[in-house]
Ligand binder design. Sequence first.
Ligand code: NDP
Length: 261
Amino acid sequence: MKFYAVIGKPIHHSKSPRMHNNAFAKFKARAFYGRYELESKEWLKEKLFSLGLSGANITIPYKEQALQIADFKDDLAQNIGSANTLLIKDQKIYAYNTDASGFLKATEEFSSAKNALILGAGGTAKALAFVLKQRGLRVSVANRSKERLKDFEAYDCFSYDEFSNFDFDFIINTTPAGLFDDTLPCDKNLLDKLFSKAKYAFDAIYGKETPFLRSAKEHKVQSKDGSDMLIWQGVYAFEIFTGFDDEEKIYQAMKEALFLI
Ligand code: NDP
């Protein structure tokens, strides 16, 4: 029997155990996936080993620490500066970033986009900005405060009061605005201007229609929420954990689990 877990703080809301356990069941794998709330990043490495895990998904606020404790780092994780998937093999830790690859897969239908604007400048924005640039898009990042924009020197950056150009075909919300409340990530007038030019919109928040997505729909902008990104990051993590590579079967198992009431 192998054991896996999602580790973060808080962790009670995570859908990952449900998704991975359903996939294990479909593949008749002798494995169990749980969750662990970790109090401090200092204990991450020790916990991976003391819990006897063969792999883990790491979530907020420990993704940077997950990369730091790894013995081997996948190029994508190394370039982004954080990891959400750890494989433990022969007492060594291997780090990957499947949030980034999951986002790319989830937004394949938007692949004609050329000029992306990311709202928010946190960890998710870093991963998405990197892979979008790698895919050949021009990437800009906007945030309510200037402080965090310092981490985005490789991109065009501005705070919300500094906009002069509204010409982006792909608008991405990586802020939690709309997750627990009914707010937009930025001023409504600004978003209206952006959506009047945009073709595509993506919200990293999943499982609800946020005010950001509602506004995109009102402007007839093709849009989707973060559910597929969540599922695909899980699919790629599952492949790393188990070596199974029937992506469609893993995807269906995880999707089924995610949408169970
Ligand atoms: P971080 O805390 O690292 O960054 C959040 C960013 O959003 C910061 O730039 C912050 O700005 C900004 N922000 C926070 N609150 C507001 C607000 N009310 N209005 C405007 N801006 C705001 O978070 P993450 O990047 O790790 O995660 C962001 C979102 O992405 C979360 O909602 C998370 O659930 C989602 N996510 C989804 C995934 C999926 O698979 N679908 C995977 C990973 C994340 P400031 O610097 O000014 O504080």
